[in-house]
Ligand binder design. Structure first.
Ligand SMILES: *[C@@H]1O[C@H](CO)[C@@H](O)[C@H](O)[C@H]1NC(C)=O
Ligand SMILES: *[C@@H]1O[C@H](CO)[C@@H](O)[C@H](O)[C@H]1NC(C)=O
Length: 503
C-alpha cells in the first residue's frame, strides 16, 4: 500500500494560513491575559493563556472549522498545568486537532477518547477547541481529564466513541500492540475515526501497523513535526472503522503470489547471494554471516502481535539459540517466543525449564509420519559433533541411504504446524539446519503458502561440498550440488522471503 500523497498545494496553503491565524489568536490572547487579566487567572501565570475563566470574552472567537477557542472550563491538576512542557504539548495538540477538524475527521460534537495519556494534555487540547465530550485513559487516573483505564483494556462499552486518538507513540511502546489495536476497534463506533501518532515511519512498520487493525480502513497518513528536539518527525495515521463485516484484505489467504513493495525494498538492500561455489566453504560461508543484512537493522519491526524465533534443527540449546539468536540477532528490544525443533533425544534435557522456549521433540517433515533418524555418524564423516550424528532423516519405508545406527522418530507436518502457530500479524524469524531435508521442507512451505508467514530465514543448504580434510574430494554425505542450493535460495527470494546463506 502506498502512503497517501500530500494534498493539493492550494488546500495545504489554506490549512497553513488557518493554523497561523489560530496561533496568532492564541498568542494575542496570551499576551492579553498575561498583561491585563493576569491577576484573575486561576491556574497561575504560566498557564493563563489557556484558561477560559480568565477571559470570558474570548468565547466568541469562532474558528473557521466551527470550534471555539477558549471554551474549556476544566480545572487542571495545578502541578501539571504549571509545567511549560504541558503547555507546549497542549499547543501541539491544538494544531493537530484543528487540522483534523478542517479535514473532517473530528468535530466539536465528536465523543472522543485519548488513550494512554498520563496527564491528559491531548484531552485538554480537545476541550480547549470545543470538543467538550472528551476523556482520556491511563493506568493512573489524573482527574478530571484522565480516568483509570489501559490502552489494551478500555473501561467502555463497544461502539462508544466517534473519535479515538493515540498520541505520543503510545502504541509503539505497548507490549500488547494487537490488543491495543483491537480495543480501539471495539470502542470506536462504526464510521468513527482513529488517529494514531507513531515514531515508526518506514513502510515496513506502516504495513505491520495497518495489518493490526482488522475492521478499519486506511484513510491517510502524513509525516508531521513532533514537539521537542528529540522527537523530530512523527507519522500521523488516520483510519476509519468499517460498518458491518470485518475487512478481509489482510486475512489468512495465500498471498504469496504478489510480493508486496515493502518486501521488495528489503530484498534490494539485502546482501547478494554467493553466486559461484566457494572453494573453501568452511571459510567463505562462515565469513558471509558478517555480511548479512538483518531485517531489524533495515526496518522498524514495531506493531507485531508476537515476535517468534523458530529454530528448526536446534541441536544443543547453547548453539544457535544462545550463541547466535540471543546474543547477536538484533531484536529492537522485543521479547521473542522461541520454538526449538529437535528430534534427537540427546539434547532434550537442555531445554527443561527454559523460560520462553518451547521444545518440539520431533523432526520437521512434510507429513505426520514415522521417520528413520540417523544417530551415529558415518565413519570418516567430517561433521562429527561431540560424538553425535547429524540427524539426517528418511521416511521409514524408503529407509535406505543412511549408514550407521538409526532410530525411529516422529516427523510432523511443519508447514501445517507453522500455519496453526503463527499469523501474518506476527514477526517470525526461522533458522533451518536440517541436513538436506530443506529440499523437502522449503518447497512444501512455498506450495502451502506457509512461507508468507516467515519474515526472515537463515538457511543452511547441504550439498556435496569440498572437504577441508581432503583437497579435491567432495562430501559424500549429500547428493545435491551448490547450483541446486542456489536455486533454492533464489526461489525463496523470488517469493519475497529475506533469506540468508547460513553455514
Ligand atoms: C532498547 O532499550 C534500551 C534501554 O531501555 C535503549 O537504550 C535502546 O535505545 C533500546 N533500543 C531500541 C532499538 O529500541
Ligand atoms: C499432525 O499431527 C498434529 C498433532 O497430532 C495435528 O494437530 C495435525 O493436524 C496433523 N497434521 C496433519 C496435516 O495431519
Amino acid at each position: 500500500m502506498e502512503l497517501a500523497a500530500g494534498k493539493p498545494g492550494f488546500l495545504r496553503n489554506i490549512v497553513v494560513r488557518f493554523l497561523l491565524f489560530s496561533l496568532l489568536v492564541v498568542g494575542v490572547r496570551f499576551a492579553y491575559v498575561i498583561t491585563i487579566r493576569g491577576e484573575s487567572c486561576r491556574l497561575g501565570d504560566d498557564f493563563c493563556f489557556l484558561s477560559s475563566s480568565a477571559s470570558p470574552e474570548n468565547h466568541d472567537i469562532v474558528t473557521a472549522a466551527g470550534g471555539r477557542i477558549g471554551s474549556s472550563s476544566v480545572t487542571l491538576n495545578p502541578t501539571a498545568a504549571a509545567s511549560p512542557e504541558f503547555r507546549k504539548r497542549v499547543m501541539f495538540y491544538i494544531t493537530v486537532f484543528q487540522d483534523l477538524i478542517v479535514d473532517g475527521f473530528l468535530s466539536t460534537k465528536s465523543k472522543s477518547l485519548c488513550v494512554e495519556t498520563p496527564v491528559g494534555d491531548d484531552v485538554y487540547a480537545l476541550r480547549e477547541i470545543g470538543v467538550d465530550d472528551s476523556v482520556g485513559i491511563h493506568k493512573k487516573a489524573s482527574k478530571p481529564l484522565v480516568i483509570n483505564g489501559l490502552g489494551h483494556r478500555h473501561p467502555f462499552e463497544d461502539n462508544t466513541f466517534d473519535f479515538i486518538f493515540s498520541g505520543d507513540s503510545a502504541l509503539d511502546k505497548s507490549e500488547k500492540a494487537a490488543e491495543f489495536a483491537s480495543e480501539i476497534e471495539r470502542t470506536l463506533k462504526p464510521e468513527g475515526y482513529v488517529v494514531v501518532h507513531t515514531a515508526s515511519i518506514d513502510t515496513y512498520s506502516f504495513n505491520s501497523f495497518i495489518r493490526l487493525f482488522n475492521s478499519c480502513s486506511f484513510i491517510r497518513s502524513r509525516k508531521i513535526d513532533g514537539f521537542g528536539s528529540e522527537n523530530p518527525q512523527i507519522h500521523e495515521i488516520v483510519m476509519k472503522k468499517q460498518t458491518g463485516v470485518e475487512t478481509t484484505s489482510f486475512s489468512n489467504t495465500n498471498r504469496c503470489s504478489v510480493v508486496p513493495g515493502y518486501k521488495q525494498e528489503l530484498l534490494k538492500k539485502a546482501e547478494p547471494l554467493i553466486e559461484s561455489e566457494p572453494l573453501k566453504p568452511w571459510l567463505t560461508l562462515k565469513k558471509n554471516i558478517q555480511n548479512v543484512k538483518y531485517l531489524p537493522s533495515m526496518a522498524d519491526i514495531n506493531f507485531k502481535q508476537r515476535y517468534v524465533y523458530i529454530d528448526v534443527g536446534a541441536r544443543s540449546y547453547g548453539s544457535s539459540i544462545v550463541s547466535w539468536f540471543k546474543k547477536q540477532y538484533p531484536k529492537q528490544n522485543k521479547t521473542f517466543d522461541i520454538y526449538a525443533i529437535e528430534a534427537d533425544t540427546h539434547f532434550h534435557d537442555q531445554y527443561r525449564n527454559k523460560k520462553g522456549v518451547t521444545l518440539l521433540p520431533y523432526a520437521a517433515w512434510v507429513r505426520n509420519e514415522s521417520l528413520v533418524f540417523e544417530i551415529n555418524q558415518t565413519p570418516g564423516d567430517e561433521n562429527v559433533v561431540k560424538g553425535r550424528g547429524m540427524g539426517r532423516i528418511q521416511p521409514v519405508k524408503s529407509g535406505g541411504g543412511i549408514v550407521g545406527s538409526t532410530d525411529v522418530i516422529q516427523g510432523f507436518d511443519f508447514a501445517d504446524w507453522l500455519k496453526n502457530t503463527v499469523t501474518e500479524k506476527d514477526f517470525v524469524v526461522m533458522k533451518m539446519d536440517v541436513e538436506g531435508t530443506e529440499f523437502d521442507l522449503i518447497p512444501k512451505l512455498i506450495e502451502s503458502g506457509g512461507i508468507c508467514l516467515i519474515d526472515e530465514v537463515f538457511l543452511e543448504c547441504h550439498y556435496n561440498r569440498w572437504q577441508k580434510c581432503c583437497p579435491g574430494v567432495r562430501s559424500p554425505k549429500y547428493e545435491k550440488s551448490y547450483g541446486q542450493c542456489l536455486d533454492l535460495f533464489r526461489s525463496l527470494r523470488q517469493q519475497g522471503v529475506l533469506v540468508h546463506q547460513w553455514w
